[in-house]
Ligand binder design. Structure first.
Ligand code: GLN
Length: 275
């Protein structure tokens, strides 16, 4: 079987499994497995692929056809132009979350201490420190497995992040100039209706925001005054319908300069406020 036939097989298998980006995914799996790029492919596509690789490719296709997210199969993804390792212990970094990072970068200043709650893969705090290396970064997560991956991602990207194992602020001490978070925010009852890739393979703890989806915002907003310095900024990623609810929680907790920001698709995505 040639590389060309292999790629065609990939497209067909994934297309039949109703994978939206069948062609793209088939290519990315082939690229990863055979360690080839487009150039190599076009020069050698009529040549026979290695029989071991053919068998391995079929196994990768089978996994993807079972709806395992491509990023978990490949083991990495891109976020803010950086590479992050991912596995089923962490949420796959989303492009939407770049809105949070870009907004936080507008306030970055030398010496600032920044805390990222629910750090997961570490994508938020690590990219903040990559683009603003003069800040000090802390990332907290309840999942020890997630923190292992965040640690790996910090060294992969060459940034020093202090990682804290604990539920939100439970193991945090001191005051921060900025607190950022992309907490779980899906309503519990809505999880069953998500894409199979998400509901079957992404960690439930990283998705479930409780009955109304706002459980983490309530806790973060209630607890953060003890950790955010006066005049410091809290920035939260939100679901596109949660802007007004989160704004109201912030108003009640006496935050000011409350802003709701949109992502590239013009959906409400980030709420930012000053203590
Ligand atoms: N902070 C991580 C991210 O943005 C994880 C978020 C989460 O697990 N809810 O990808």
């Amino acid at each position: 079987m040639t590389y060309k036939e292999l790629l065609y097989l990939g497209e067909k298998v994934l297309g039949e499994a109703d994978i939206a980006e069948a062609k793209n995914d088939a290519w990315l799996l082939l690229e990863m497995l055979c360690k080839i790029d487009r150039n190599f492919y076009y020069l050698h596509m009529e040549e026979a692929a290695d029989p071991v690789q053919i068998r391995e490719y079929q196994q990768l296709l089978k996994k993807r056809a079972e709806r395992i997210p491509l990023q978990y199969i490949v083991g990495e993804t891109e976020f803010m132009g950086l590479r992050f390792r991912v596995n089923s212990n962490v949420l796959i970094p989303r492009q939407d979350t770049e809105t949070l990072v870009e907004e936080a970068l507008k306030y970055a200043a030398p010496g600032m201490k920044v805390l990222d709650l629910c750090t997961g893969s570490g994508c938020v705090i690590i990219s903040l420190l990559h683009y603003a290396p003069y800040m000090q970064g802390y990332g907290a997560d309840i999942s020890k497995q997630a923190l292992l991956l965040a640690k790996e991602n910090a060294s992969l990207n060459g940034v020093p992040v202090h990682l804290i194992a604990g539920d939100l602020f439970s193991r945090v001490d001191g005051f921060y100039d900025m607190i950022v978070s992309n907490p779980p925010y899906i309503k519990s009852a809505d999880i069953a209706g998500l894409m199979p890739e998400v509901r079957q393979f992404e960690p439930w703890e990283a998705l479930d925001g409780g009955e109304d989806g706002l459980a983490f915002y309530r806790r973060i907003i209630a607890e953060c005054p003890a950790y955010l310095r006066k005049g410091g900024r809290l920035m939260l990623e939100i679901g596109c319908e949660q802007g007004q609810d989160v704004r109201e929680l912030l108003v009640q907790a006496d935050f000011h300069e409350i802003k709701i920001l949109q992502d590239l698709a013009h959906n409400d995505r980030v709420v930012s406020a000053v203590k």
